[in-house]
Design a protein around this ligand. Structure first.
Ligand SMILES: [Zn+2]
Length: 237
């Protein structure tokens, strides 16, 4: 398995991903093959597996970050409630963004190995997915999908890096990762690689981010779940 370059790890190039015309996904070629297998398997369980997010560029993540910092997109607390920006310091703004959005360069979506998944067949007409944990818990619209992914994902190489709260990113039962590639990408995304990607970038809250980069890297990049042996072995159709 070739390790991704610094530019690829931080989403500044697209040389490691391709677009799947049928699903609109943009993925690393190995993850693309595995996802097509996963989709086919899900179909047999009457699950219409759709990715609402796959590869994301550094520029896109930067746009999300700066919009949240400047109030052009809502800032949500742990329970999904809208936070009052007017009473928050820059440091509090940065921490609030990090609950739900990665720092540009630090998103696993840059790797082309990550997917945010819904079951389109379970969604009532006209209802939009919110990507909140309740949807995937017992009684939620995607409860069946959540249970199916936990049971079948690893056989196809996928695991859930945000399966529980580790003091950084909040639990994301919709976010799966293709372990054979992402497990090599994680240690390659060092603090130095991240700092280099952010150098000279028009990043809102940059002073706070640079002062706390070591802690941000530890909590929001490194503190994730580990894939099991089955996921690391990759897709077996
Ligand atoms: Zn995601």
């Amino acid at each position: 398995m070739s390790v991704l370059s610094a530019e690829q790890l931080t989403g500044r190039v697209r040389s490691h991903v391709l677009e799947l015309p049928e699903s609109g996904c943009v993925l690393h070629p190995d993850a693309a093959v595995a996802f097509m297998d996963l989709r086919a398997a899900a179909t047999q369980s009457d699950i219409d597996l759709v990715a609402v997010s796959s590869f994301r560029t550094f520029e896109h993540q930067l746009l999300i970050w700066n919009d949240k910092f400047h109030g052009r997109r809502p800032l949500l607390d742990r329970d999904g409630g809208v936070m009052d920006r007017s009473v928050m310091t820059e440091e509090q703004l940065v921490r609030a963004i990090l609950l739900w959005s990665a720092l540009p360069g630090a998103s696993r979506h840059h790797w082309g190995t990550e997917l945010d998944l819904i079951d389109r067949a379970a969604l009532p007409p006209g209802q939009r997915p919110q990507l909140v944990a309740q949807e995937y818990a017992a009684g939620g619209v995607f409860a069946r999908l959540g249970a199916w992914l936990a049971r079948h994902g690893e056989r196809h190489g996928f695991f859930l890096p945000y399966d529980r709260d580790r003091g950084g990113v909040q639990p994301e039962p919709w976010h799966v990762s293709f372990a054979p590639v992402s497990n090599a990408a994680l240690p390659a995304l060092t603090l130095a690689v991240l700092a280099e990607a952010l150098a000279g970038v028009e990043l809102a809250g940059a002073a706070v981010v640079h002062r706390q980069l070591h802690d941000i890297h530890a909590r929001y990049v490194c503190a994730v779940g580990e894939p099991g042996a089955a996921a690391l072995a990759g897709s077996r159709g």
